[in-house]
Design a protein around this ligand. Structure first.
Ligand code: HEM
Length: 440
């Protein structure tokens, strides 16, 4: 059986123009052409996998036959050999090293910092004030990851720099990922902004690392863990550059994703009054006006359904892998070295698994309905050996921030300034002004 080629291919430029122009619409229609479809990025053929079963195979069962793919290569100047990009035994070692910072009991400890951070955010809010909710959520996501994983110095300094630079790096990196490689050598403003943003972020982290080294104290945070770790065989510490790669990988992985989920959550809740009422009823019943704790989270079942529905509707667009050995997909021989693409977004909007997929419907996450979903159809955090290390961290943070705000405030859209969707690595709001109104 031969793999079909997606429609809309140009000579030389392949599907790049169609992908950049039509973005999510392009990828969400590909399943019509088969379980595996050829998509050309410039002249390079890539295999786009559209069925959940095969996605599960690529990410989980055959995960060992793949490494990170081309899209990720474009971020090497920024994230070097950090956890998001590294491969093989080196990746495994670094992941094991960092995993303790994400254990359940540590996250339970971070929950207190999360509650404090969101309480500080809302304490100056005044009734009728218009807030830029997307910016607020980005700010809180940066502060939370900075304070929990890297103690306050990185946290504070990174707040300003990360807010400015991470969106630039992600946007330009995605353009590069989909374009033929000569584009990244052109002297165009986008390339200059990309290089400058990387330079600013790396020098900020390297400064903090060199200060830490001169003081040498163990602060018990993830940064101290990285700085103190020794290679089991060589006994050597990580280089400053490697530490910088890891810090930036965690920051970049953590900030935009969580901030977007939170911003879109408030957007959707405001557009669905019946969801808002049920959410408020649950929060009032479980919290009765007091601050949330980690132990409350399992009781917030409807709030969790709302979060799942947001993660379904606003996931990352595409993930890429490169086959390190020949693999068979849908009866097709995929040679070693081939690029394989998976789209959480396309799967999450596939009407074969989600009826009326454009409808915001938290009830689709009721237990009996979830059981009918095939493996691989819901992958907001990826799956397999490269699944998001911050999965539980993020879910805890989103629930705490959402619950703390919604327990006291309603966020109401400003009608004259509608929210439009911009696409980069995921759906971004063009802006998100909302009026904050205390709940009666
Ligand atoms: C809603 C929030 C989040 C979403 C939707 C999300 C999504 C993802 C996805 C899809 C991947 C897999 C990429 C792939 O398979 O190629 C990933 C990996 C990763 N994420 Fe997240 N993430 C979120 C929050 C976080 C947080 C809070 C952190 C850190 C505190 C984080 C750090 C990372 C890192 C370091 C990786 C690479 C893991 C590895 O390859 O071993 N993420 N994330």
């Amino acid at each position: 059986m031969s793999v079909s080629v997606a429609p809309g291919r140009w000579p030389l430029l392949g599907h790049t123009p169609a992908m950049l122009r039509r973005r999510f619409r392009f990828t969400s229609e590909l399943y019509r052409y088969g379980d595996v479809v050829k998509v050309y990025l410039g002249p390079l053929p890539t295999y786009f996998v559209t069925s959940p079963e095969l996605v599960h195979r690529v990410l989980v069962n055959d995960g060992g036959s793949f490494r990170k793919g081309m899209m990720f290569d474009k971020f090497v100047p920024y994230l070097g050999n950090g956890l998001l990009l590294s491969n093989g035994t080196f990746h495994l070692r670094q992941r094991r090293l960092m995993q303790p910072a994400f254990h359940r009991e540590r996250i339970a400890g971070y929950a207190k910092t999360m509650v404090r951070a969101v309480s500080e955010l809302v304490s100056p809010w005044r009734s009728g004030e218009v807030r830029a909710v997307d910016k607020d959520m980005q700010g809180i996501a940066v502060s939370i990851v900075g304070e929990t994983l890297f103690s306050t110095e990185v946290g504070q300094r990174a707040t300003v720099e990360a807010r400015r630079s991470i969106p630039i790096v992600i946007k330009q990196g995605m353009v590069r990922a989909l374009s033929p490689s000569f584009v990244e050598r052109l002297p165009i403003p986008g390339n200059r902004r990309f290089d400058e943003a990387i330079e600013r972020m790396r020098s900020m982290v390297l400064d903090v690392v060199s200060e830490w080294r001169s003081e040498g104290a163990d602060r018990g945070d993830l940064l101290s863990m990285l700085l103190l770790a020794r290679d089991e065989e060589t006994g050597e510490h990580m280089t400053d550059d490697q530490i910088c790669d890891e810090v930036l990988s965690l920051f970049t992985g953590a900030v935009e994703t969580t901030a977007l989920a939170l911003a879109w959550a408030f957007h959707e809740i405001a557009r669905h009054p019946e969801v808002e009422q049920r959410l408020h009823a649950e929060l009032d019943r479980v919290l009765s006006g007091r601050l949330i704790t980690f132990d409350d989270l399992p009781k917030l079942t409807f709030t969790q359904q709302v979060v799942n529905e947001v993660l379904r509707m606003y996931p990352v667009w595409i993930l890429m892998r490169r086959a390190t050995a020949e693999v068979q997909l849908a009866g097709e021989r995929i040679p070693a070295g081939s690029e394989v693409t998976v789209s959480p977004h396309a799967l999450h909007f596939d009407s074969r698994f989600y009826d009326n997929p454009h409808r915001f419907d938290p009830d689709r996450w009721q237990l009996e309905r979830v059981r009918q979903l095939p493996k691989g159809a819901f992958i907001p955090f990826g799956a397999g050996n490269r699944q998001c290390i911050g999965n539980s961290f993020a879910q805890t943070e989103i629930l705490i921030v959402l619950a703390t705000i919604a327990a006291r405030w309603r966020l109401v859209p400003v009608p004259a300034r509608p929210v439009r969707v911009k696409f980069t690595s995921a759906a971004y709001p063009s802006r998100m002004p909302m009026t904050v109104v205390p709940r009666g």
